[in-house]
Design a protein around this ligand. Sequence first.
Ligand code: SAM
Length: 228
Amino acid sequence: MRLRNIPGAEEIVSASPFVIHAPAQYRGRWGECFGNDHPLRIEVGMGKGRFLTELAAGNPGINYIGIERYTSVLLRAVEKANKLEEAGNGKEESGNFRFLCEDAARLEEIFAPGEVDRIYLNFSDPWPKERHAKRRLTSDRFLAVYRRILRPEGQVEFKTDNMPLFDFSLESAREAGWRILGYTRDLHHDPMGEGNVMTEYEEKFSALGNPICKMVIAPGPADESKLE
Ligand code: SAM
């Protein structure tokens, strides 16, 4: 995603009630942040927030956290959330999502073991060079982190239009002992696509004719590998 320095972005993001600063304070007790004990689902590499805010509106009994490392991108999600609130889409909807301006490398400082019910990865950066493979959000080191913060029955859902990244991700999950609950290389023409909520990137790339891939995986036997 191309980044621009947007004047005022820091101030708007800092002042937003949707953005949680110092999120490690809620580690192990995110229910206190939301005022309920609903399941917690997170999107890592959220971008502009369309997927997360739509899911939140449709599922008031679930809490959602979107994680995006760049303020300039998070700003767009904050603007979206503000519009939803202004449009009177209801306090209930806007009450069940929050945003964090954080890097995925900090996930274990923010979430306690077993605290997360589901992790969404949508159109994650491909990092095509082999020497950058560890930075991919579906690499073994991130899968090991997801295994620790997910509850035992939890799941990771991953979507992309990037076939090499998808092949890498399936292989990475298998090698790390995850169970592949389902996958497709053409989500928009597959039963797995029922009820699909599109992301900004998904809309853009599917409009270009790119098939969308999706896999759903669940932690299998323990994996002792650690995030370096
Ligand atoms: N998920 C959105 C979508 O599908 O429209 C955005 C996809 S965009 C290609 C990937 C996003 O992930 C970017 O906004 C990027 O800043 C964010 N990102 C990449 N690596 C990240 C990391 N390690 N921690 C947090 N965000 C990250």
